[in-house]
Every structure is written in C-alpha cells, then in structure tokens.
Design a protein around this ligand. Structure first.
Ligand code: MF3
Ligand code: CO
Length: 254
C-alpha cells in the first residue's frame, strides 16, 4: 500500500480542483429537467469542466466513454451517457464525476430527484447523504480507517437499506484512485491510521432493497439485482487534526 501525504501547497491545488468540481455539480443540478437525455448532461458537464481549465477524469478512464457517470434509479454507478436515455419526472439520478486541475484530481457524486419524487426515494437520497457526514465525523488524524466504515454502516443499517460492497471510496491525488480503499461497510481489520494531509474520497453507495449488484453487458453500468433504486453521495476530503476539510462542496450547498 502506498499512501501519499499531501503538503499544504498540494492541498491548496486540490482545493482549487475540488472547488471547480463543486461548481460543476451545482450547475448540473440547476440544469436538470425531466425530458433531458443523459448525453445532454454529459455534454454540458464536459463543457463546464473544460471552460474552467480542467480535464474530465472519467473520460477515457479505462475506456469509459463519458465525462459524467449518470445512473438512473436501479443503476448504482457508472451509467454511460446516452442520447436515448431520457430523464423522467419521478426518477432519481446520480451524477458522479471528477476533474484534473493543474495535475490534481477531485471526485464527487450527488443523487438528485427529477421533478417530484416519492417520499421513499427522497429518504434514500437523504440517508445516503447523511451517511457520508456520519462517516466523516470519524475521519480525523489518529483514528483508524475502519471507524469511517463502521459509522456509515451503523447509520445506513438503521434504515434497513443495503450497502454496496463491491465498490468503495479511495485515496485521491495525482491519480484518481490511490490507496487506501475506503469501504462503506463494517470491517474486521482496523485498517490504516489516518494522518493529517491524507486525501480520500468517502462515497457511500446505498440501495433501497438488497445490497447485491450486477454489471450490465456494457461492462460499466452497475445495477441492483432486485431492481430497487440506489443512491450515491461522494466528496473529496482532507484529513486534519480536527474535522476534515471537504474540498468538493460549496459553502452554501444544501
Ligand atoms: N468517480 C468514479 C469513480 O471513482 C468514476 C471513475 S471514472 C469512470 O469510480 F470511468 F468510471 F467513469
Ligand atoms: Co470516487
């Protein structure tokens, strides 16, 4: 395992990268309307990222064809943007994307309702988001990694939701995926000791029903096996001696 501790100057560059990404997410949320295709969102997202001087880090990642992973309802992550996928009122949709700015990556995901959605879907989105905040309460120097995983798990499990095991959060920096992995379910091993200057992505992927997922024939789209909806919430954070700093969230963001 190789974990890169970032210097204050490097963290400042990641902060700039993260701030740009947070703006991209805010603009995508504003643009979201029933009737849009997921390709339109992808095109808008790529334009925004490039206009800011960033490079979309999903594009061509292991051959991924888009800049934004767009996953609807029972799709958990890594949905491929398409002109044929039209968002409908009542859907929930996840935008998972990142960018490289001056060589430094940021990565964040949000799940939104399209128009008005059922109370069940709304709760799934809210609990998924809150589970991130429960997890990062434990993300501080001196704690062990498994405390984050445990906090997410305990919070989510209270609601009877499923936690995806096959995909995890991750370290981030000059690469999109660095060590360590950051699981969202309870771990037996305590894992690494967190240190000031570590930069990680915490990203619970939560299902309304069972936790089991499969891959579609496109080899990318991850879906729930039971067909029930899933939500995802992710930010890039920096470990400090105190509360972590969230790099990919705007100050006035709800
Ligand atoms: N941000 C996502 C992740 O960390 C997307 C990676 S790139 C993609 O897994 F190719 F999968 F889009
Ligand atoms: Co990620």
């Amino acid at each position: 395992m190789q974990i890169f501790i970032k210097t204050p100057d490097q963290i400042d560059l990641m902060r700039q990268s993260g701030h740009l990404l947070a703006q991209v997410h805010a603009e995508l949320h504003q643009a979201l309307r029933p009737g849009m295709s997921t390709l339109e969102i992808d095109t808008l997202g790529e334009e925004l990222i490039r206009k800011m001087g960033g490079i979309p880090n999903c594009k061509n990642y292991e051959g991924f064809p888009g800049s934004i992973c767009i996953s609807i309802n029972e799709e958990v992550v890594h949905g491929i943007p398409s002109a044929d996928r039209i968002l409908q009122e009542g859907d929930i949709v996840t935008f998972d994307t990142g960018l490289i700015y001056k060589g430094w990556h940021s990565d964040a995901a949000r799940t939104w309702g399209v128009g008005s959605i059922s109370p069940e879907k709304k709760q799934l989105i809210d609990v998924t988001k809150q589970s991130f905040f429960e997890g990062i309460k434990k993300a501080r120097a001196g704690n062990r990694l498994y405390e984050i995983s445990k906090a997410v798990d305990q919070y989510v499990t209270k609601y009877g939701y499923g936690i995806v095991h096959e995909l995890t959060g991750h370290g981030i920096g000059q690469s999109l995926h660095e060590d360590p992995n950051v699981p969202n379910y309870r771990q037996i091993r305590r894992g690494i000791k967190l240190q000031k200057g570590m930069t990680i992505c915490v990203e619970p992927m939560i299902t309304m029903g069972k936790r089991y997922v499969g891959w579609l024939d496109d080899d990318w789209t991850v879906v729930t096996v039971d067909g029930l909806p899933a939500a995802h919430y992710e930010n890039t954070i920096v470990i400090t001696d105190d509360e972590p700093e969230i790099l990919t969230m705007l100050e006035d963001e709800e």
